[in-house]
Design a protein around this ligand. Structure first.
Ligand code: SF4
Length: 189
């Protein structure tokens, strides 16, 4: 995989490497065919931002397409508060922040940085609890970690990489119904 990779794939790859194969296969298909409930909720959570309803402040930039040539990634940010130099990613529920979600927001940060925006703080906003949760900036070490992770993702080949199916993950996987590695349905069906 030599092309630029979407930021949303970073979290998928940590959850299950095979899912990025499905992510690619089904990205162009009818979303209703494979989206499970959590992802639909996530889409709705982002809809407000995509439709520019997430904030009325003129200084807030919402739903901006971003890209980073250095890391080979692209995607969209949720909200960038120019006055606070704060980048925010909205989530419906955040019982736990997974490493893939951190990589996603770090990726957004590096895109913005390369595009000339100054970002001093990163945060997740949990919609269900109306809570802002700040996370660390990547720093040099975080950048190295992210670059290595992106390399692993780009090098991944589902045909040549050993892969062990984890049924506990499959039942919570949004691609479960279309995945050839399991015959079970996910819990959202
Ligand atoms: S259904 Fe299971 S094997 Fe298939 S992508 Fe999801 S987690 Fe991976």
């Amino acid at each position: 995989m030599n092309d630029y990779i979407p930021l949303s794939m970073l979290n998928d790859f940590i959850f299950c490497p095979y899912s990025i194969y499905l992510h690619s296969v089904y990205m162009e298909s009818d979303e209703d065919l494979f989206k499970a409930t959590p992802q639909i909720k996530g889409t709705i959570a982002h809809q407000g931002v995509d439709e520019k309803k997430g904030s009325t402040r003129k200084s807030d930039i919402m739903s901006l397409p971003v890209c980073c040539d250095e890391l080979g990634i692209f995607g969209k940010i949720d909200i960038y508060k120019q006055d606070k130099k704060l980048l925010i990613e909205r989530k419906n529920n955040l019982k736990q922040i997974f490493r893939g979600q951190i990589y996603q927001i770090w990726g957004q940060y590096f895109c913005l940085k390369e595009m000339g925006y100054k970002v001093d703080r990163l945060a997740f906003y949990e919609i269900s609890t109306n809570k802002m949760i700040e996370v660390d900036m990547p720093g040099e070490q975080g950048k190295i970690e992210l670059i290595e992770f992106i390399k692993q993702l780009k090098d991944y080949n589902p045909l040549s990489t050993m892969f062990k199916v984890n049924p506990n993950k499959c039942i919570h996987c949004i691609y479960c119904n279309l995945c050839d590695k399991t015959t079970n349905d996910n819990v959202y069906t």
